[in-house]
Ligand binder design. Structure first.
Ligand SMILES: Nc1ncnc2c1ncn2[C@@H]1O[C@H](COP(=O)(O)OP(=O)(O)O)[C@@H](O)[C@H]1O
Ligand SMILES: [Mg+2]
Length: 390
């Protein structure tokens, strides 16, 4: 798959002699050494990563690790000292002023930690503002702004001023403003860090909900590992201007690449991060409705299991049969349909393991993972939930 954004060897040095700092960086000197020797601050040191269309890519790291410096390069608010950034295959580092303006108007929008709203303008005017700059006519502008205000749940607040709104609501305005230009790419630099924990969680869930509809490509920055793992399809961990690991939340939890990341993940409650899809197994043992009880018995024996899910031709889940029932059915010449049970639990593949613990301790069957059409996607054996080894 072609990357939507490809960052290759990005370097960002702050100060008036970036080239001398860059030479030292190329020789393998680190951020501290370079600061001592040249007085230049390395914000980003040889960072490379790809982001795919529709992905939420999180950059996580402590304050000062270089997260903002990276994201500000992506819309050229910072001019990279070295390296290339390709968006849809075009190297934006080579863009002239006009191309940069066009990119910011059409392709990429940013949401800031401290909202960055115009305090003397209303909610509606704030959201309309970028459209006005682009020359969208007033009627159309209003229509688009109102739609986006509705999308972020602020209908009815259009005529208020930012300082009349709570932090969470102000950030909704920031989001509506960013969405108004219908950008492919959303850059979000710690957008929820200034909000209190409850509102923050609410905003995280709303962002996930929005994203499932809008399917933007999102680069999201946070210093909070729980936020990173909740939102990120993949997460890049930064330290001292470098990326030290990139992976899915599960990959990072399962095999942190160094002590620094181990420290980050050790207090994480895995059951809140790991989802059904991460621990389900593709059901190798399955029987079809048209099979008889003897096929079911064979299937269970071959796999060393005491119950088996039954599906129809389209993989739609029909029920489960147990070994006892199947054996009795053979003797009594019953069909599979006659012994189908429905006292099993199902879940979606996005469900967090934490939400499955209770079901797992109540049932004697595996949990079936199904899609909206009740198709069986996989099964989760109880031990993988309850053993805590996940
Ligand atoms: N405009 C700037 N001028 C000088 N140094 C800067 C500037 N912006 C950031 N830095 C430095 O670059 C490094 C990375 O900063 P930043 O990207 O803001 O980190 P983060 O967003 O992860 O907190 C820090 O050492 C910071 O002091
Ligand atoms: Mg920052």
């Amino acid at each position: 798959m072609e990357a939507k954004i490809k960052v290759d060897g990005l370097v960002q040095i702050f100060g008036n002699k970036p080239q001398s700092a860059l030479r030292r960086l190329r020789k393998g000197k680190n951020k501290d050494e370079i600061l001592k020797e040249t007085g230049q601050t390395v914000g980003v040191s040889d960072v490379s990563f790809d982001v795919y269309d529709g992905e939420i890519f999180v950059i996580m790291g402590l304050s000062g690790s270089g997260k903002s410096s990276v994201i500000r390069c992506l819309n050229l608010l910072n001019k990279p000292t070295a390296g290339d950034i390709y968006i849809d295959g075009e190297n934006i580092v080579k863009y002239d002023k006009k191309q940069i303006r066009k990119m910011r108007q059409n392709k990429i929008a940013m949401v800031f930690q401290h909202f960055g709203l115009l305090t003397h303008k209303t909610v509606l005017e704030n959201v309309e503002y970028g459209l006005g700059v682009r020359g969208v006519d007033p009627e159309e502008r209003r229509k688009i702004a109102l739609e986006n205000i509705e999308t972020v749940g602020l209908s009815g607040w259009e005529e208020m001023y930012p300082n009349e709104l709570s932090g969470g609501m102000q950030q909704r305005v920031g989001l509506a403003r960013a969405l108004a230009n219908d950008p492919d790419i959303l850059l979000m630099d710690e957008p929820f860090s200034a909000l209190d924990p409850l509102i923050r969680r609410e905003m995280q869930m709303e962002l996930l909900g929005l994203q499932s509809k809008l399917q933007k490509t999102i680069i999201f920055i946070t210093h909070d590992i729980n936020e990173a793992f909740k939102l990120g399809d993949r997460v890049a961990v930064m330290k001292d201007a470098k990326i030290v690991q990139i992976g899915t939340p599960e990959e990072i939890i399962e095999s942190p690449s160094n002590e620094y990341i181990e420290d980050f993940v050790k207090d994480i409650d895995r059951t809140k991060i790991i989802q059904a899809k991460n621990i389900m197994t593709k059901s190798t043992a399955l029987v079809s409705l048209k099979d008889g009880p003897s096929v079911a018995v064979k299937e269970m024996r071959a796999n060393g299991i005491a119950s088996v899910f039954v599906v129809d031709k389209g993989m739609k889940l029909q029920g489960i049969v147990t070994i006892e029932d199947a054996i009795a059915a053979i003797k009594e010449k019953k069909k599979l349909e006659d012994i189908l049970r429905d006292d099993y639990f199902t879940t979606s593949k996005e469900e967090y393991v934490q939400e499955l613990i209770e079901d797992a301790s109540e049932t004697k069957y595996p949990i079936a993972v199904t899609d909206e059409d009740n198709k069986l996607l996989g099964v989760i054996v109880r031990s993988s939930i309850l053993s805590g080894l996940i």
